[in-house]
Write a protein that binds this ligand. Structure first.
Ligand code: GAR
Length: 182
């Protein structure tokens, strides 16, 4: 069974989805790692007995130093693929040149790279928004796209649109992990 590392910073609902759908069935989550000691996903890792690494990004004075620390913590687990599931850090080439990695992003890239992507997608002039999963390079939200899923905006309040994005991103991430490991 292929082994993945999952990195998250917040609630961890996408991490939860990977646990519930793929973990121990199609892939093994060899390690979960967060940069946020308060992240909700920490509890999930503990409940499911998944090895957990916490590296507080506030303790590092450069992005490169943090990235090196993450690589050192991940190395012993020998993951085939690293999955960014709501990992809210800009990664430097120190990381992206060494780690085979995919990222979930809640917009139809190349539209709305960076933060507040769901809000900006909802407000733009296009009839659809959606989500993307892409290979990670040193260009923020810029690597080759693995897959995208669209969400039609017509008639939806922002809350309804947000809910649809948050549901479909989980399906997208699950499918993209399969594709990336193929
Ligand atoms: C998700 O909506 C994900 O698409 C987004 O962060 C959220 C994490 O939610 N990622 C980005 O914006 C990456 N630039 P979660 O902690 O519940 O999985």
């Amino acid at each position: 069974m292929k082994r993945i590392a999952v990195l998250f910073s917040g609630t961890g609902s996408n991490f939860a989805h990977i646990i519930n759908t793929l973990h121990k069935q199609e892939v093994e989550i060899a390690v979960a790692l967060t940069n946020n000691p308060e992240a909700g996903g920490i509890q999930l890792a503990k409940e499911h007995g998944i090895p957990l690494e916490i590296i507080d990004s506030k303790a590092y004075d450069s992005r490169e130093a943090f990235d090196s620390a993450v690589i050192e913590r991940l190395r012993p687990y020998g993951a085939d693929l690293t999955v960014l599931a709501g990992f809210m850090r800009i990664l430097t080439p120190v990381f992206t040149d060494q780690i085979k990695c995919i990222n979930l992003h809640p917009s139809l890239l190349p539209r709305h790279k960076g933060l507040k992507s769901i809000e900006r997608s909802y407000e733009d002039e296009y009839p659809t928004g959606g989500v993307s999963v892409h290979w990670v390079t040193s260009e923020l939200d810029g690597g080759e796209i693995i897959l995208q899923k669209e969400v039609a905006k017509e008639g939806l309040s922002f809350e309804e649109y947000d809910e649809k994005v948050r549901a479909i991103e989980k399906v997208a991430l699950e499918e993209a992990i399969r594709k990336a490991l193929d």
